[in-house]
Design a protein around this ligand. Sequence first.
Ligand code: NAD
Ligand code: SAH
Length: 412
Amino acid sequence: MRIKDIALAPSGRDKIEWVKSYTPVLSIIEKEFKDTKPFAGKKITMSIHLEAKTAYLAEILKAGGAEVSITGCNPLSTQDDVAAALAVAGLEVNAVHGATMKEYEDDLIAALSVCPDLIIDDGGDLIGLLHSSCAEYGKNLIGGCEETTTGIHRLKAREAAGALNYPMMDINDADCKHLFDNRYGTGQSVFDAIMHETNLIVAGKRVVIAGYGWCGKGAAMRAKGLGAIVYVTEIDPVKAIEAVMDGFIVLPMDKAAEVGDLFITLTGCKDVITKKHLEKMKDGVLLANAGHFDVEINKNDLEALAVSVAQRKPCVTGYTLADGRILNLLAEGRLVNLAAGNGHPAEIMDMSFALQAKGLEYLAKYGKTLDNKVYDVPRELDIEVARLKARAMNAELDVLTPEQEAYLAAAE
Ligand code: NAD
Ligand code: SAH
Protein backbone atom coordinates (compact mmCIF):
# COMPACT_ATOMS: atom_id res chain seq x y z
CA MET A 1 0.00 0.00 0.00
CA ARG A 2 1.33 3.46 -0.90
CA ILE A 3 -1.02 6.40 -0.56
CA LYS A 4 -0.58 9.98 0.54
CA ASP A 5 -2.72 10.04 3.70
CA ILE A 6 -5.49 7.73 4.89
CA ALA A 7 -7.09 10.66 6.75
CA LEU A 8 -8.15 12.09 3.36
CA ALA A 9 -10.60 9.22 2.87
CA PRO A 10 -13.86 11.04 3.83
CA SER A 11 -13.46 13.62 1.06
CA GLY A 12 -12.66 10.85 -1.44
CA ARG A 13 -15.73 8.90 -0.29
CA ASP A 14 -17.94 11.99 -0.88
CA LYS A 15 -16.58 12.25 -4.43
CA ILE A 16 -17.29 8.57 -5.13
CA GLU A 17 -20.84 8.82 -3.73
CA TRP A 18 -21.49 11.87 -5.92
CA VAL A 19 -20.43 9.95 -9.02
CA LYS A 20 -22.74 7.05 -8.18
CA SER A 21 -25.78 9.32 -8.49
CA TYR A 22 -24.95 10.02 -12.15
CA THR A 23 -23.78 6.65 -13.46
CA PRO A 24 -26.99 4.65 -13.97
CA VAL A 25 -25.48 2.00 -16.21
CA LEU A 26 -22.70 1.27 -13.74
CA SER A 27 -25.28 1.06 -10.94
CA ILE A 28 -27.17 -1.63 -12.86
CA ILE A 29 -23.95 -3.54 -13.47
CA GLU A 30 -23.01 -3.24 -9.80
CA LYS A 31 -26.32 -4.85 -8.76
CA GLU A 32 -25.87 -7.59 -11.34
CA PHE A 33 -22.28 -8.33 -10.29
CA LYS A 34 -23.27 -8.50 -6.61
CA ASP A 35 -25.51 -11.44 -7.55
CA THR A 36 -23.46 -13.14 -10.24
CA LYS A 37 -19.94 -12.62 -8.78
CA PRO A 38 -18.19 -12.96 -12.16
CA PHE A 39 -14.77 -12.37 -10.60
CA ALA A 40 -14.98 -14.70 -7.61
CA GLY A 41 -11.46 -15.83 -6.78
CA LYS A 42 -9.91 -13.51 -9.38
CA LYS A 43 -7.37 -10.72 -8.94
CA ILE A 44 -7.67 -7.59 -11.05
CA THR A 45 -4.96 -4.96 -11.47
CA MET A 46 -6.04 -1.55 -12.72
CA SER A 47 -3.86 1.29 -14.00
CA ILE A 48 -6.17 4.11 -14.96
CA HIS A 49 -6.69 7.71 -13.84
CA LEU A 50 -7.27 7.27 -10.15
CA GLU A 51 -10.20 9.55 -9.53
CA ALA A 52 -13.79 9.10 -8.40
CA LYS A 53 -15.31 7.43 -11.49
CA THR A 54 -12.45 4.97 -11.69
CA ALA A 55 -12.86 4.33 -7.97
CA TYR A 56 -16.50 3.40 -8.52
CA LEU A 57 -15.49 0.98 -11.27
CA ALA A 58 -12.92 -0.56 -8.93
CA GLU A 59 -15.57 -1.02 -6.23
CA ILE A 60 -17.95 -2.64 -8.73
CA LEU A 61 -15.26 -5.16 -9.66
CA LYS A 62 -14.75 -5.83 -5.96
CA ALA A 63 -18.51 -6.27 -5.53
CA GLY A 64 -18.24 -8.81 -8.35
CA GLY A 65 -15.90 -10.90 -6.22
CA ALA A 66 -12.48 -9.59 -7.34
CA GLU A 67 -9.50 -8.70 -5.23
CA VAL A 68 -8.59 -5.34 -6.73
CA SER A 69 -5.14 -3.79 -6.86
CA ILE A 70 -5.12 -0.27 -8.29
CA THR A 71 -2.69 2.44 -9.35
CA GLY A 72 -2.96 5.50 -11.58
CA CYS A 73 -1.94 5.92 -15.21
CA ASN A 74 -0.63 9.45 -14.83
CA PRO A 75 1.03 10.83 -11.69
CA LEU A 76 -0.85 14.11 -12.05
CA SER A 77 -4.36 12.71 -12.34
CA THR A 78 -4.25 10.67 -9.13
CA GLN A 79 -6.49 12.18 -6.46
CA ASP A 80 -5.07 11.39 -3.04
CA ASP A 81 -8.42 11.55 -1.23
CA VAL A 82 -9.98 9.06 -3.64
CA ALA A 83 -6.96 6.76 -3.27
CA ALA A 84 -7.41 6.93 0.52
CA ALA A 85 -11.13 6.12 0.27
CA LEU A 86 -10.33 3.03 -1.79
CA ALA A 87 -7.71 1.93 0.72
CA VAL A 88 -10.29 2.23 3.50
CA ALA A 89 -12.69 0.16 1.38
CA GLY A 90 -10.15 -2.66 1.35
CA LEU A 91 -8.53 -2.31 -2.06
CA GLU A 92 -4.79 -2.54 -2.56
CA VAL A 93 -3.80 0.99 -3.59
CA ASN A 94 -0.40 2.22 -4.75
CA ALA A 95 -0.69 5.76 -6.08
CA VAL A 96 0.24 9.26 -4.97
CA HIS A 97 -0.45 12.51 -6.76
CA GLY A 98 2.68 14.08 -8.22
CA ALA A 99 4.77 10.91 -7.98
CA THR A 100 8.18 11.03 -9.66
CA MET A 101 8.56 8.79 -12.72
CA LYS A 102 10.49 6.30 -10.58
CA GLU A 103 7.76 6.25 -7.90
CA TYR A 104 5.12 5.99 -10.60
CA GLU A 105 6.81 2.94 -12.08
CA ASP A 106 7.32 1.40 -8.65
CA ASP A 107 3.57 1.82 -8.05
CA LEU A 108 2.76 0.08 -11.33
CA ILE A 109 5.07 -2.78 -10.35
CA ALA A 110 3.54 -3.00 -6.88
CA ALA A 111 0.06 -3.10 -8.43
CA LEU A 112 1.13 -5.95 -10.71
CA SER A 113 2.94 -7.88 -7.99
CA VAL A 114 -0.37 -9.52 -6.95
CA CYS A 115 -0.05 -11.57 -10.19
CA PRO A 116 -3.46 -10.58 -11.58
CA ASP A 117 -5.86 -12.76 -13.55
CA LEU A 118 -7.15 -9.70 -15.39
CA ILE A 119 -5.92 -6.15 -15.99
CA ILE A 120 -7.32 -2.78 -16.97
CA ASP A 121 -4.73 -0.63 -18.70
CA ASP A 122 -4.91 2.94 -19.93
CA GLY A 123 -2.11 3.64 -22.35
CA GLY A 124 -0.27 0.36 -22.08
CA ASP A 125 1.93 0.88 -19.02
CA LEU A 126 0.89 -2.41 -17.39
CA ILE A 127 1.11 -4.41 -20.57
CA GLY A 128 4.55 -2.90 -21.26
CA LEU A 129 5.85 -4.10 -17.89
CA LEU A 130 4.23 -7.52 -18.31
CA HIS A 131 6.21 -7.92 -21.54
CA SER A 132 9.51 -6.79 -20.02
CA SER A 133 10.74 -6.47 -16.45
CA CYS A 134 7.57 -7.83 -14.80
CA ALA A 135 6.91 -10.82 -17.04
CA GLU A 136 6.77 -13.14 -14.00
CA TYR A 137 3.74 -11.23 -12.67
CA GLY A 138 1.82 -12.37 -15.76
CA LYS A 139 1.83 -16.02 -14.73
CA ASN A 140 -1.94 -16.05 -13.95
CA LEU A 141 -3.00 -13.49 -16.53
CA ILE A 142 -6.01 -14.38 -18.67
CA GLY A 143 -6.04 -11.02 -20.46
CA GLY A 144 -7.16 -7.45 -20.09
CA CYS A 145 -8.91 -4.37 -21.39
CA GLU A 146 -7.23 -1.27 -22.84
CA GLU A 147 -8.98 2.08 -22.51
CA THR A 148 -7.44 4.55 -24.93
CA THR A 149 -6.49 5.19 -28.56
CA THR A 150 -2.73 5.35 -28.05
CA GLY A 151 -2.76 2.18 -25.93
CA ILE A 152 -4.58 0.38 -28.76
CA HIS A 153 -2.03 1.57 -31.34
CA ARG A 154 0.71 0.11 -29.19
CA LEU A 155 -1.09 -3.18 -28.61
CA LYS A 156 -1.70 -3.54 -32.34
CA ALA A 157 1.98 -2.85 -33.05
CA ARG A 158 2.86 -5.57 -30.54
CA GLU A 159 0.33 -7.95 -32.10
CA ALA A 160 1.67 -7.25 -35.61
CA ALA A 161 5.19 -8.04 -34.41
CA GLY A 162 3.94 -11.36 -32.98
CA ALA A 163 4.94 -10.09 -29.55
CA LEU A 164 1.63 -9.86 -27.71
CA ASN A 165 1.48 -12.50 -24.99
CA TYR A 166 -2.15 -12.08 -23.86
CA PRO A 167 -5.57 -11.44 -25.38
CA MET A 168 -6.52 -7.79 -24.93
CA MET A 169 -9.88 -6.15 -25.48
CA ASP A 170 -10.06 -2.85 -27.32
CA ILE A 171 -12.46 -0.75 -25.27
CA ASN A 172 -11.62 2.46 -27.13
CA ASP A 173 -13.06 1.38 -30.46
CA ALA A 174 -16.44 0.31 -29.08
CA ASP A 175 -19.12 2.78 -30.16
CA CYS A 176 -20.13 3.54 -26.58
CA LYS A 177 -16.54 4.58 -25.84
CA HIS A 178 -14.92 6.75 -28.50
CA LEU A 179 -18.11 8.30 -29.87
CA PHE A 180 -18.89 9.77 -26.45
CA ASP A 181 -15.78 9.65 -24.25
CA ASN A 182 -13.22 10.86 -26.78
CA ARG A 183 -15.62 13.35 -28.40
CA TYR A 184 -18.03 14.80 -25.82
CA GLY A 185 -15.98 13.85 -22.77
CA THR A 186 -12.74 15.39 -24.01
CA GLY A 187 -14.63 18.32 -25.54
CA GLN A 188 -16.15 19.33 -22.25
CA SER A 189 -13.43 18.38 -19.79
CA VAL A 190 -10.63 20.08 -21.73
CA PHE A 191 -12.43 23.42 -21.58
CA ASP A 192 -13.54 22.83 -18.01
CA ALA A 193 -9.87 22.46 -16.99
CA ILE A 194 -8.51 25.29 -19.15
CA MET A 195 -11.14 27.79 -18.05
CA HIS A 196 -10.86 26.86 -14.41
CA GLU A 197 -7.06 26.98 -14.35
CA THR A 198 -6.60 30.17 -16.34
CA ASN A 199 -9.83 32.01 -15.44
CA LEU A 200 -9.70 33.48 -18.97
CA ILE A 201 -12.45 33.82 -21.55
CA VAL A 202 -12.75 31.54 -24.56
CA ALA A 203 -15.19 33.71 -26.54
CA GLY A 204 -13.37 35.68 -29.20
CA LYS A 205 -10.13 33.73 -28.79
CA ARG A 206 -8.46 32.12 -31.77
CA VAL A 207 -8.34 28.50 -30.75
CA VAL A 208 -6.12 26.08 -32.69
CA ILE A 209 -7.15 22.44 -32.46
CA ALA A 210 -4.37 20.09 -33.60
CA GLY A 211 -5.87 16.80 -34.82
CA TYR A 212 -9.47 16.39 -35.94
CA GLY A 213 -10.02 12.85 -34.71
CA TRP A 214 -12.64 12.00 -32.11
CA CYS A 215 -11.03 14.11 -29.39
CA GLY A 216 -10.28 17.00 -31.73
CA LYS A 217 -13.84 17.05 -33.06
CA GLY A 218 -15.18 17.30 -29.51
CA ALA A 219 -12.78 20.08 -28.55
CA ALA A 220 -13.46 22.05 -31.75
CA MET A 221 -17.22 21.71 -31.24
CA ARG A 222 -17.02 23.03 -27.69
CA ALA A 223 -14.62 25.85 -28.64
CA LYS A 224 -17.10 26.98 -31.27
CA GLY A 225 -19.97 26.76 -28.79
CA LEU A 226 -18.02 28.96 -26.37
CA GLY A 227 -17.62 31.63 -29.04
CA ALA A 228 -14.05 30.98 -30.19
CA ILE A 229 -12.75 31.38 -33.75
CA VAL A 230 -11.59 27.83 -34.44
CA TYR A 231 -8.67 26.65 -36.57
CA VAL A 232 -7.79 23.02 -37.17
CA THR A 233 -4.49 21.40 -38.15
CA GLU A 234 -4.54 17.92 -39.68
CA ILE A 235 -2.43 15.50 -41.70
CA ASP A 236 -5.35 13.42 -43.00
CA PRO A 237 -7.22 14.92 -45.98
CA VAL A 238 -10.53 13.25 -45.05
CA LYS A 239 -10.45 14.72 -41.54
CA ALA A 240 -9.47 18.07 -43.05
CA ILE A 241 -12.59 18.03 -45.26
CA GLU A 242 -14.74 17.14 -42.24
CA ALA A 243 -13.27 20.09 -40.35
CA VAL A 244 -13.90 22.48 -43.26
CA MET A 245 -17.49 21.26 -43.63
CA ASP A 246 -17.98 21.66 -39.89
CA GLY A 247 -17.12 25.31 -40.40
CA PHE A 248 -13.47 25.45 -39.33
CA ILE A 249 -10.39 26.84 -41.04
CA VAL A 250 -7.77 24.17 -41.77
CA LEU A 251 -4.18 25.30 -41.99
CA PRO A 252 -0.71 23.95 -41.17
CA MET A 253 0.75 24.55 -37.72
CA ASP A 254 3.38 26.79 -39.34
CA LYS A 255 0.61 29.27 -40.12
CA ALA A 256 -1.64 28.57 -37.14
CA ALA A 257 1.28 29.34 -34.81
CA GLU A 258 1.09 33.00 -35.77
CA VAL A 259 -2.64 33.45 -35.24
CA GLY A 260 -3.59 31.29 -32.26
CA ASP A 261 -4.31 32.48 -28.73
CA LEU A 262 -5.00 29.01 -27.35
CA PHE A 263 -3.49 25.81 -28.79
CA ILE A 264 -4.83 22.37 -27.91
CA THR A 265 -3.06 19.28 -29.25
CA LEU A 266 -5.10 16.06 -29.54
CA THR A 267 -3.22 14.01 -32.10
CA GLY A 268 -1.50 11.11 -30.31
CA CYS A 269 1.56 12.19 -32.35
CA LYS A 270 4.76 13.91 -31.23
CA ASP A 271 6.34 17.27 -32.06
CA VAL A 272 3.10 18.85 -33.19
CA ILE A 273 4.31 22.15 -31.73
CA THR A 274 8.08 22.66 -31.89
CA LYS A 275 10.66 25.46 -31.83
CA LYS A 276 9.79 26.85 -35.25
CA HIS A 277 6.16 27.23 -34.15
CA LEU A 278 6.92 28.52 -30.66
CA GLU A 279 9.19 31.21 -32.07
CA LYS A 280 6.27 32.70 -34.02
CA MET A 281 3.68 32.70 -31.26
CA LYS A 282 2.03 35.74 -29.73
CA ASP A 283 2.76 36.99 -26.24
CA GLY A 284 0.48 35.33 -23.67
CA VAL A 285 -0.54 32.29 -25.70
CA LEU A 286 -1.87 29.26 -23.86
CA LEU A 287 -0.50 25.85 -24.80
CA ALA A 288 -2.44 22.77 -23.75
CA ASN A 289 -2.26 19.11 -24.66
CA ALA A 290 -5.07 16.57 -24.36
CA GLY A 291 -3.42 13.76 -26.32
CA HIS A 292 -1.94 10.79 -24.58
CA PHE A 293 1.67 11.76 -23.87
CA ASP A 294 3.42 15.00 -23.03
CA VAL A 295 5.30 14.93 -26.34
CA GLU A 296 2.83 16.79 -28.57
CA ILE A 297 4.16 20.17 -27.42
CA ASN A 298 7.94 19.88 -27.43
CA LYS A 299 8.91 20.88 -23.90
CA ASN A 300 12.64 20.69 -24.59
CA ASP A 301 12.21 23.31 -27.30
CA LEU A 302 10.21 25.52 -24.95
CA GLU A 303 12.91 25.26 -22.31
CA ALA A 304 15.68 25.93 -24.82
CA LEU A 305 13.94 29.07 -26.09
CA ALA A 306 13.17 30.47 -22.64
CA VAL A 307 15.41 32.87 -20.76
CA SER A 308 13.37 32.24 -17.63
CA VAL A 309 10.66 29.87 -16.47
CA ALA A 310 8.14 30.59 -13.72
CA GLN A 311 5.12 28.86 -12.20
CA ARG A 312 2.45 31.50 -12.81
CA LYS A 313 -0.54 29.57 -11.47
CA PRO A 314 -0.77 26.08 -10.00
CA CYS A 315 -1.08 24.48 -13.44
CA VAL A 316 0.43 27.20 -15.64
CA THR A 317 4.16 27.46 -16.35
CA GLY A 318 5.29 30.67 -18.07
CA TYR A 319 8.25 30.51 -20.45
CA THR A 320 9.68 33.98 -21.05
CA LEU A 321 11.49 34.41 -24.37
CA ALA A 322 14.42 36.76 -24.95
CA ASP A 323 12.15 39.48 -26.37
CA GLY A 324 9.85 39.37 -23.33
CA ARG A 325 6.98 37.30 -24.79
CA ILE A 326 5.57 34.74 -22.38
CA LEU A 327 4.31 31.37 -23.64
CA ASN A 328 2.13 29.60 -21.08
CA LEU A 329 2.21 25.81 -20.85
CA LEU A 330 -0.70 24.22 -19.01
CA ALA A 331 -0.36 21.12 -16.83
CA GLU A 332 3.25 20.46 -17.91
CA GLY A 333 1.98 19.49 -21.35
CA ARG A 334 0.25 16.41 -19.94
CA LEU A 335 -3.42 15.70 -20.58
CA VAL A 336 -4.87 18.99 -19.45
CA ASN A 337 -8.33 17.65 -18.66
CA LEU A 338 -6.96 15.09 -16.22
CA ALA A 339 -3.81 16.74 -14.91
CA ALA A 340 -5.57 20.07 -14.31
CA GLY A 341 -9.14 18.84 -13.92
CA ASN A 342 -11.31 15.92 -12.99
CA GLY A 343 -11.35 14.33 -16.44
CA HIS A 344 -14.49 13.37 -18.25
CA PRO A 345 -17.86 13.83 -16.58
CA ALA A 346 -19.52 10.99 -14.70
CA GLU A 347 -22.23 10.45 -17.33
CA ILE A 348 -19.54 9.79 -19.95
CA MET A 349 -17.42 7.46 -17.85
CA ASP A 350 -20.66 5.58 -17.10
CA MET A 351 -20.44 4.17 -20.62
CA SER A 352 -16.66 3.76 -20.91
CA PHE A 353 -16.51 1.93 -17.60
CA ALA A 354 -19.63 -0.14 -18.26
CA LEU A 355 -17.68 -1.46 -21.26
CA GLN A 356 -14.65 -2.09 -19.05
CA ALA A 357 -16.77 -4.02 -16.54
CA LYS A 358 -18.54 -6.04 -19.22
CA GLY A 359 -15.30 -6.57 -21.13
CA LEU A 360 -13.60 -8.01 -18.05
CA GLU A 361 -16.61 -10.21 -17.32
CA TYR A 362 -16.35 -11.56 -20.88
CA LEU A 363 -12.61 -12.19 -20.48
CA ALA A 364 -13.15 -13.92 -17.14
CA LYS A 365 -15.58 -16.30 -18.89
CA TYR A 366 -14.00 -16.80 -22.28
CA GLY A 367 -10.48 -15.34 -22.07
CA LYS A 368 -8.76 -18.71 -21.81
CA THR A 369 -10.18 -19.70 -25.20
CA LEU A 370 -8.90 -16.55 -26.93
CA ASP A 371 -5.70 -16.07 -28.92
CA ASN A 372 -3.05 -13.49 -28.06
CA LYS A 373 -4.68 -10.78 -30.14
CA VAL A 374 -6.44 -7.47 -29.79
CA TYR A 375 -10.19 -8.16 -29.75
CA ASP A 376 -13.07 -5.78 -30.39
CA VAL A 377 -15.67 -5.57 -27.65
CA PRO A 378 -18.38 -8.05 -28.72
CA ARG A 379 -21.07 -6.07 -30.52
CA GLU A 380 -23.82 -7.33 -28.23
CA LEU A 381 -22.05 -5.86 -25.19
CA ASP A 382 -21.68 -2.48 -26.89
CA ILE A 383 -25.39 -2.52 -27.81
CA GLU A 384 -26.36 -3.61 -24.29
CA VAL A 385 -24.51 -0.62 -22.83
CA ALA A 386 -26.12 1.67 -25.44
CA ARG A 387 -29.62 0.38 -24.61
CA LEU A 388 -29.14 0.85 -20.89
CA LYS A 389 -27.75 4.36 -21.39
CA ALA A 390 -30.45 5.39 -23.87
CA ARG A 391 -33.10 4.21 -21.41
CA ALA A 392 -31.43 6.10 -18.56
CA MET A 393 -31.41 9.23 -20.74
CA ASN A 394 -35.12 8.83 -21.54
CA ALA A 395 -34.38 8.30 -25.23
CA GLU A 396 -37.38 6.24 -26.35
CA LEU A 397 -36.67 4.03 -29.34
CA ASP A 398 -38.90 2.69 -32.05
CA VAL A 399 -38.86 -1.05 -32.61
CA LEU A 400 -38.72 -2.66 -36.04
CA THR A 401 -41.79 -4.65 -37.03
CA PRO A 402 -41.10 -8.13 -38.43
CA GLU A 403 -42.02 -6.73 -41.88
CA GLN A 404 -39.50 -3.90 -41.51
CA GLU A 405 -36.81 -6.34 -40.42
CA ALA A 406 -37.49 -8.50 -43.46
CA TYR A 407 -37.46 -5.44 -45.71
CA LEU A 408 -34.10 -4.26 -44.40
CA ALA A 409 -32.61 -7.74 -44.72
CA ALA A 410 -33.91 -8.39 -48.24
CA ALA A 411 -31.46 -8.72 -51.16
CA GLU A 412 -33.76 -6.76 -53.46
P1 NAD B 1 -7.88 9.77 -33.53
O1 NAD B 1 -7.00 8.79 -34.18
O2 NAD B 1 -9.37 9.70 -33.72
O3 NAD B 1 -7.44 11.26 -33.93
C1 NAD B 1 -6.13 11.74 -34.01
C2 NAD B 1 -6.09 12.73 -35.18
O4 NAD B 1 -4.86 13.43 -35.16
C3 NAD B 1 -6.21 12.02 -36.54
O5 NAD B 1 -7.23 12.62 -37.29
C4 NAD B 1 -4.82 12.25 -37.15
O6 NAD B 1 -4.88 12.36 -38.56
C5 NAD B 1 -4.40 13.55 -36.50
N1 NAD B 1 -2.95 13.75 -36.46
C6 NAD B 1 -1.98 12.83 -36.22
N2 NAD B 1 -0.77 13.42 -36.24
C7 NAD B 1 -0.99 14.73 -36.47
C8 NAD B 1 -0.12 15.85 -36.58
N3 NAD B 1 1.19 15.73 -36.45
N4 NAD B 1 -0.69 17.06 -36.83
C9 NAD B 1 -2.03 17.19 -36.96
N5 NAD B 1 -2.91 16.17 -36.85
C10 NAD B 1 -2.37 14.95 -36.61
O7 NAD B 1 -7.54 9.70 -31.98
P2 NAD B 1 -8.42 10.27 -30.76
O8 NAD B 1 -9.29 9.18 -30.26
O9 NAD B 1 -8.96 11.58 -31.13
O10 NAD B 1 -7.25 10.41 -29.66
C11 NAD B 1 -6.23 11.37 -29.80
C12 NAD B 1 -5.27 11.29 -28.60
O11 NAD B 1 -5.99 11.64 -27.41
C13 NAD B 1 -4.72 9.89 -28.34
O12 NAD B 1 -3.41 10.01 -27.85
C14 NAD B 1 -5.64 9.35 -27.25
O13 NAD B 1 -5.03 8.31 -26.51
C15 NAD B 1 -5.91 10.57 -26.44
N6 NAD B 1 -7.16 10.61 -25.67
C16 NAD B 1 -7.21 11.52 -24.69
C17 NAD B 1 -8.37 11.64 -23.93
C18 NAD B 1 -8.43 12.62 -22.82
O14 NAD B 1 -9.21 12.42 -21.90
N7 NAD B 1 -7.64 13.67 -22.86
C19 NAD B 1 -9.49 10.85 -24.22
C20 NAD B 1 -9.41 9.94 -25.25
C21 NAD B 1 -8.24 9.84 -25.99
N1 SAH C 1 -1.40 7.10 -19.53
C1 SAH C 1 -1.98 8.29 -20.13
C2 SAH C 1 -3.44 8.21 -20.09
C3 SAH C 1 -4.24 8.47 -21.32
S1 SAH C 1 -5.70 9.19 -20.89
C4 SAH C 1 -1.34 9.49 -19.47
O1 SAH C 1 -0.14 9.64 -19.55
O2 SAH C 1 -2.01 10.32 -18.88
C5 SAH C 1 -6.92 9.00 -21.97
C6 SAH C 1 -8.05 8.24 -21.37
O3 SAH C 1 -8.46 8.82 -20.13
C7 SAH C 1 -9.29 8.30 -22.24
O4 SAH C 1 -9.37 7.21 -23.10
C8 SAH C 1 -10.44 8.38 -21.25
O5 SAH C 1 -11.31 7.29 -21.34
C9 SAH C 1 -9.77 8.39 -19.89
N2 SAH C 1 -10.44 9.32 -18.99
C10 SAH C 1 -10.90 10.55 -19.25
N3 SAH C 1 -11.51 11.07 -18.17
C11 SAH C 1 -11.42 10.13 -17.21
C12 SAH C 1 -11.87 10.09 -15.87
N4 SAH C 1 -12.57 11.09 -15.35
N5 SAH C 1 -11.58 8.99 -15.16
C13 SAH C 1 -10.89 7.98 -15.69
N6 SAH C 1 -10.47 7.95 -16.96
C14 SAH C 1 -10.73 9.03 -17.71
